[in-house]
Design a protein around this ligand. Structure first.
Ligand SMILES: O=P(O)(O)OC[C@H]1O[C@H](OP(=O)(O)OP(=O)(O)O)[C@H](O)[C@@H]1O
Ligand SMILES: Nc1nc2[nH]cnc2c(=O)[nH]1
Length: 185
């Protein structure tokens, strides 16, 4: 697929910065403190949800001060687009988590289909408990399960398409050092 790099650069140039880097990092530190208080004795398996969870997990994990095992899974339903479709598992967990405490780390809870499906999968496969941590929680009334909340949520986000800190715009700008909203979306 050919990519219009000029468009990709323009999206960054025109984007609205919702949260600068220091505010995102402060939110990650707050989450780390909560998780340290809750899971220090739990011997958890931590799963980073690829790709979006990568930066959040990378900044969060060094602030967790207890023993844990780390692995990843990859479930996607946006596939580089700005609206979601059917959930597709690219990689299921390889590390066994039977009877273990599980912590799922993802970048954003939007409609919630992705996190809810991962949670159900972990429960079905025998996790003793499952907690979820998201960097962003998007505010709107399209939640798949309106009562479902992440156990740890960093920042609220308006109902726009956002990128940065692991979140992409058409596969790009996961590296953007803050949370940005695409102009017009
Ligand atoms: O709450 P939902 O509406 O289900 O959306 C949230 C999910 O969407 C994004 O993943 P995406 O499918 O874009 O894959 P990616 O992480 O590889 O970018 C994001 O990383 C979350 O996992
Ligand atoms: N990059 C990105 N991925 C998402 N997945 C669900 N919502 C979003 C969003 O606003 N931005």
């Amino acid at each position: 697929m050919s990519v219009d790099l000029a468009h990709i650069r323009q999206v960054m140039a025109e984007a609205d910065c919702l949260y600068p880097e220091h505010e995102v990092d402060a939110a990650i530190t707050r989450i780390a403190q909560q998780i340290n208080a809750d899971l220090a004795m739990a011997n958890p398996v931590v799963f980073c949800v690829m790709n979006g969870g990568l930066i959040f997990a990378g900044k969060l994990l060094p602030q967790l001060n207890f023993p844990l095992e780390l692995s990843y899974l990859h479930a996607t339903r946006y596939c580089g687009q700005t609206s979601g479709g059917e959930l597709f598992w690219k990689a299921k967990p390889e590390l066994s988590f039977q009877d273990r405490a599980v912590l799922i780390i993802d970048d954003i809870l939007d409609e919630g289909h992705t996190l809810h499906a991962i949670l159900e999968y972990c429960r079905h496969e025998g996790a003793a408990s499952v907690r979820t941590a998201v960097l962003m929680d998007k505010e709107h009334n399209r939640k798949a399960c309106p009562d479902f909340k992440a156990d740890y949520a960093g920042l609220m986000c308006v109902d726009r398409y956002v990128f940065g800190y692991g979140m992409d715009y058409k596969g790009y700008w996961r590296n953007a050092p803050g949370i940005y909203a695409v102009k017009g979306l």
